[in-house]
Design a protein around this ligand. Sequence first.
Ligand code: PLP
Length: 388
Amino acid sequence: MDLIAKHIAELSPSLTLSITSQAKELKKQGVDVLSFGAGEPDFNTPKHITEAAIKALQDGHTRYTESAGLLELREALSAKLSMDNGISYEPSQISVNCGAKHSCYNAILAVCNPGDEVIIPAPYWTSYPEMVRMVGAVPVFVETKAENGWKLTPEEFEEAMSPMTKMIILNTPGNPTGSVYSKDELEKLAEIAVGEDIVILSDEIYEKLVYNDNEHVSIASLGKEVYDLTITINGFSKAYAMTGWRLGYTAAPKEIAKAIDTIQSHTTSNPTTFAQYGGIAALNGDQNIVSDMRDEFNVRREFMLDRLRNIKKLRVVEPQGAFYFLVDIEQFGIKSVNFAEKLLSKQKVAAVPGIAFGSDYTIRFSYATSLDVINAGMDRFEEFCNQH
Ligand code: PLP
């Protein structure tokens, strides 16, 4: 008898987490590792947020909440979605979950039948395909091109469709690419999805981290028809440096929202109660902290872009959002895991192999780290590239 269910046995563990933990392990042993693996801001959660959670505990908010999360939090989210994103969701259409990762999973579970196809533009965030497989649905990958800024074109979307297509996953700003879809680009994709009745999972977790003249656009804001097919996903991890709090949310048309709430009521019951009070403080507090962190990321992004562009042989697409560089390594003729392992063993630089994102000739560097680390790491990386 196989102990593990077939579709679960075939899943692979999160490679992004595995590289970060390898680097951490080496550091513990005293090795001078410079890590670019981080998928989380290196800032601490702002104090007024932690204080609100501490107060919640002290005030005795230690019991279950509504399964979709505290009404006060969902009201604050409803106001945020209206003000920041131009989308109108009632609190009953919002479900607060244990991180946006959990939100994505709830959304996929609510919508996809076994055998349904889900279009995922690659390079993609590492967990999407595995979540799709976990519910028995089938990921259909579309390789986007660096020259298109790693963005899905309407033609590529149409080509990937089949009668089994149920959902498309869009992630803007994107991890690992840093690409940001414009309003015009989203309108074209929305038109196709609406024409074919395809549900859109719109993962907007990096919404606050956009640079240059880019503007984050929520696809659900583009009209009633696309709104009716879209699940908007966001969270607190990246905007408010709250990764460990595990707080994300879905906002969806009523029928889907109800299904997500039912799933959650039978699985986690609700996200951690005192964390939700932190979420309320984050939304109602000073938003300058968010733009301050964005500005700091931007300084690092520009510095690193300059360093990478000066390395011979490298081709780099300038990221417009999030906090990653996806570096093309095809010219070295070494696949990503091998490349990342060599880089770690020879130069003690940790970066994530692109295979984790469905792109085996790329490597991802996160710049959620200090300028000093970026500077020293780029010295080592440059040396490595010059030797290969
Ligand atoms: N979506 C994307 C694209 C991400 O990169 C991440 C985290 O790395 C998440 C969702 C999940 O965020 P969390 O579960 O911490 O809210």
